[in-house]
Design a protein around this ligand. Structure first.
Ligand code: HEC
Length: 303
């Protein structure tokens, strides 16, 4: 009810400015959200590129190890000897990436396994899910997306470790087959028994996103505040314009017409220089009416 009476009492100027303000606010909110969404999408695309770069390096390093280093190492080292720093491809990758961590602060690289040789490689619940997805669908070559980890947001990219063959089972199969040195370092239960053909693990790269998300939020908020400031100035300008060109001339015209209707100031013109555009046309028409009325009255008096 109160709103209805308020709406009735409100002048054309207030209604117009409020309507424009409401549309402007909706547009600003949409713009802010759009800016946030676009910059988030852009940072996700950037994170994907970064993860791809890291993966390319890792895979190249592993290919080099397999092709050139492993045959030599196997020929040089005695059967029961095992030096993880030299002979475990996954161990080398882990150690190399541990060294890179200082440079790439916040990034995480993990060779997450269900039953790992190295305890820190144990998959957490989210990584177990990824490994299970790779296990249940052999066609999936990659998973990616956003996730929360220890209160932080990350973009992740995961690829399956496939191709567990006889070669792997020497260390990841039966205890009897494993090099004695390996059992001493890692224990008898760790990292086995795996089966040929299974997906025991996944490589996962985590790219930190918190900073990018905060930046996106800040950009959106800045855009909103600047837009709102511009809109307020524009609305004030519109208010002044309406006041000067429409409301005041109309009020004047209506007051003068009222005077004429009660027989006051009948000879004064209703048109003023302030009345322009449609208001001016209206004032001229009403003034013509006044002139006709005055003529009619004079004729009557003459009769
Ligand atoms: C000569 C022994 C040996 C062979 C052969 C071997 N691994 Fe391993 N593997 C290890 C050791 C030792 C580690 C732990 C490295 C470390 O310290 O991070 C490991 C770690 C891993 C990991 C990381 C998760 C974990 O368990 O800690 C994966 C995945 C893995 N190996 C897969 C394979 C696959 C697949 C093959 C066959 C292509 C293979 N390994 C062959 C010894 C071996």
């Amino acid at each position: 009810m109160a709103l209805k009476t308020l709406r009735k009492k409100m002048g054309i100027r207030s209604k117009f400015v409020i309507m424009l303000g409401a549309f402007g606010l909706i547009a600003l909110l949409a713009m802010g959200y759009g800016a946030y969404w676009f910059s988030l999408r852009r940072t996700m695309a950037e994170a994907e590129t970064k993860a791809n770069v890291i993966f390319s390096y890792i895979m190249a390093q592993r290919a080099y190890f397999n092709q050139y280093q492993r045959p030599l190492i196997n020929a040089l080292v005695e059967k029961d000897r095992f030096y993880p720093e030299l002979m475990s491809q996954f161990g080398i990758t882990r150690r190399t990436l541990d060294l890179v961590k200082d440079e790439l602060a916040g990034y995480i690289f993990k060779q997450a396994a269900m039953n790992p040789m190295w305890p820190d490689n144990k998959a957490d619940l989210q990584e177990e899910k990824m490994i299970n997805t790779f296990r249940s669908n052999r066609k999936i070559k990659e998973l990616d997306g956003m996730l929360e980890k220890e209160g932080k947001t990350f973009y992740y990219m995961a690829k399956p470790v496939r191709g567990v063959g006889k070669y792997c089972l020497r260390c990841h199969g039966k205890v009897e087959d494993a090099p004695k040195d390996l059992l001493e370092v890692y224990g008898k239960k760790a990292g086995r028994p795996w089966k040929t053909g299974e997906v025991p693990a996944a490589y996962v790269v985590y790219v930190p996103m918190d900073e990018a998300i905060n930046d996106a939020r800040q950009t959106a908020a800045e855009l909103f505040v600047i837009g709102a400031a511009i809109m307020l100035v524009a609305l004030f300008g519109i208010w002044l314009f309406l006041d000067y060109r429409i409301v005041k001339p109309l009020t004047m015209l209506s007051e003068m017409t009222e005077e004429v209707s009660i027989g006051k100031n009948m000879d004064r013109t209703l048109y003023s220089d302030r009345m322009k555009d449609e208001v001016g046309t209206l004032a001229k028409s009403v003034d013509r009416l006044r002139v006709s009325m005055v003529k009619m009255l004079k004729r009557r008096q003459g009769d």
